[in-house]
Design a protein around this ligand. Structure first.
Ligand code: GAR
Length: 206
């Protein structure tokens, strides 16, 4: 018997939703003791919404056009997440920086996936930044979100090689394959109660 009810996940998206799809699939396969209770997109046309609807998951389009500042946008996001009793927020390709309003509402309970080995190449176009710098290896990072840009405590990272003839697209595809495994593993560790945060460090129980 699980010690608690399945974790209630709220997933925030902006785009295609391949990470969302893997999370849905692994939950449906019974590999993660959690339920996605809502998917929120800041883009009306995001394909991630179609993926969620195909699995009967409630979707909310929450665009920023009606909000004068980032704090009031985030306050509304918090109120949506609270209305679904979310206890872990997953940023799966959500292309907005969160304010303290969100971060303080879910302390150490917002996870983001970033397509680089942080602290290298934060922000936008991380894969192109890695190519431009000439690194031999890049990868992905799953981290808790704080109010900086991709600066929160690191949960897991995976490394992929950078090939000489890589383009932003080919490197992104290789990184995304790693993302799909790494994100699942991080979520599983969280819902299994194996993660503890001490300052900047994330301790993982074996
Ligand atoms: C992923 O590669 C993720 O790392 C990136 O957006 C993509 C979303 O793909 N996120 C960021 O760059 C956040 N700064 P998906 O919609 O297919 O999951």
């Amino acid at each position: 018997m699980p010690e608690h009810e399945p974790y209630r996940l709220g997933v925030l998206v902006s785009g295609s939703g391949t990470n969302l799809q893997v999370i849905i699939d692994r939950i449906e396969a019974g590999e993660i003791s959690a339920e996605i209770v809502c998917v929120i997109s800041n883009k009306a046309g995001a394909y991630a919404l179609t993926r969620a609807q195909a699995h009967g998951i409630p979707v909310i389009v929450h665009e920023n056009i009606n909000f004068s500042d980032r704090q009031s946008y985030d306050a509304e996001t918090v109120s949506i997440l609270r209305s679904y009793k979310v206890d872990l927020v997953i940023l799966a390709g959500f292309m907005r920086i969160l304010t303290d309003v969100m971060v303080n509402a879910f302390p150490h309970a917002i996870m983001n996936i970033h397509p680089a080995l942080l602290p290298s190449f934060p922000g936008l176009h991380a894969q192109q930044q890695a190519l431009d710098y000439g690194v031999r290896y890049s990868g992905c990072t799953v981290h808790f979100v704080d109010s900086g840009t991709d600066t929160g405590p690191i949960i897991l990272q995976s490394v992929v090689p950078v090939e000489q003839n890589d383009t932003e697209e080919t490197l992104s595809t290789r990184i995304q394959r790693a993302e799909h495994k790494t994100f699942i593993e991080a979520i599983r560790l969280f819902v299994d109660g194996k993660i503890q945060v001490k300052g900047r460090k994330v301790l993982i129980a074996s």
